[in-house]
Design a protein around this ligand. Sequence first.
Ligand code: M6R
Length: 366
Amino acid sequence: EKGGYEHFMLKEIHEQPRAIRDTLSGRISEDGQRVVLKELNWTTEQAASIERIHIVACGTSWHAGLVGKAAIEKLTRIPVDVEIASEYRYRDPIVPDNTLIIVISQSGETADTLAALRESKQRGARVLAITNVLGSSANREADYTMITMAGPEIAVASTKAYTTQVVVLYLFACYLAQQRGSIGASQVPEILQALKGLPELAERVLETAPSLRQFAEKYKDKEDAFFIGRGVDYAVALEGSLKLKEISYIHAEAYAAGELKHGTLALITEGIPVIALVTQDDLYEKTVSNIVEVKARDAYVLTLAWQGDGEIGKYADEVITVPRTMPFLAPVLSVIPLQLLAYYASVARGNDVDKPRNLAKSVTVE
Ligand code: M6R
């Protein structure tokens, strides 16, 4: 059942190229020009009537939502708020007319996410559920559903669910732009072409596994680690740090790289591992200057950069690269080395990788 892998998590990490391909399949027109979402089938009016979007989710699904926000805002200029479901449900949220709620949940059964869904429906919002389980409660209760085609995810740590959620959000962002004739509509064919290339690129990223294993084994006894990045790199940093905490039990924090100086830099001392993501070209120099700051405090810096970046090695102790794609699609690739890092750290520390302490796969109680 583990397909020859030692753990479900490792199997699921390796299934990502297939899962991404399946998630795209049937959702792009044959000529590659348009997104086809039969499950929505929105008229121009329906798409045009959306004035704002709230994305609501927990944990890794919330991190996927952060990437979705960037994509939707970039392509449609519709304002998007991303919220943690357990906060949203209790804070008396303002849900004006023409708000679309997107709930994201691998299981479709997370108690807080379902409560947020119900709360927003009661306030008259339309709800789109993005889940991995056909027939889940979220699917049944939402007005619209998009399924991620990750297939069953057994390991508690979410991996292929995340990458496919992000891919669904890209498709949805393209669809909205296309149906509304938004600013990003003309870029849709190019984005779809890039999306179709992701499974093969993800395959190549999996080849970074041996380097991450080495890094994890070297740093397995550290008590803290930091992940930094800007823009969607920050969203991926949050996911990388959650993964490390969840299964290796190493304390990890993710910081928007520009925030370091506002307190966290005090914690950067000799030998502290800092994982820095640098895939956002327009923010490159800014992030590099933050890397220089942590290096000056003798942190041990692992950077995650584009293949062919001839510069970054000057600032880092180790460099892991991912093959180039459009920068806003980077999360699908850059998260994979961070999943592998968490996996190997967990194995090196002798933890129960697939069933980390205190956690359940699906949190159906508060
Ligand atoms: O099934 P859901 O996507 O609603 O689950 C949400 C979180 O509980 C989940 O993503 C959790 O954070 C993962 N264990 C993280 O790896």
